[in-house]
Design a protein around this ligand. Structure first.
Ligand SMILES: [Zn+2]
Ligand SMILES: [Zn+2]
Ligand SMILES: [Zn+2]
Length: 140
């Protein structure tokens, strides 16, 4: 079970170690090597348990961001056997699938920022207080 994408609908076979993972984060935690990047990935639908291949670059392309290139590309988000939509909308902290392309790197950065913000939330308050104290104690 993947703890990063709670409602993961598909598993991806890592091309480097041929093991199944719910998301790139799972691979990073369970492996001692970086995930091999492939333009084509092997995906297993969790609903019908069938395995199929998908073009990673088409999957990662956001049809809405590209100005309405809808239609055929949308089919890539669905299992070809049972029409289960395995590409989920962005309510998860990490990309559902994919570890390639600018979008993923952007997401990773955002996740890191969130972690930092959570960690230092209390410290930020202290720092603000320190700044205020310093401002008042040093007359200009
Ligand atoms: Zn691997
Ligand atoms: Zn995961
Ligand atoms: Zn399916």
């Amino acid at each position: 079970m993947c703890k990063h994408i709670l409602n993961a609908q598909a598993a991806i076979r890592a091309p480097c170690c041929q093991k199944w993972f719910d998301c790139p984060e799972c691979h990073a935690e369970k492996s001692d090597h970086p995930l091999l990047k492939m333009s084509e990935v092997v995906i297993a639908c969790k609903k019908c348990k069938k395995v199929f291949r998908k073009d990673m670059e088409r999957l990662m392309a956001d049809p809405q961001a590209e100005g309405g290139a809808k239609g055929e590309d949308d089919a890539d988000e669905y299992c070809p056997y049972c029409d289960n939509k395995f590409v989920l909308d962005a309510k998860t902290p990490a990309p559902v699938i994919g570890w390639e392309g600018d979008d993923v790197r952007m997401d990773n950065r955002m996740m890191k920022d969130q972690r930092i913000r959570q960690k230092t939330a209390a410290e930020v308050a202290d720092e603000l207080l320190q700044d205020m104290l310093e401002d008042t104690s040093v007359p200009s």
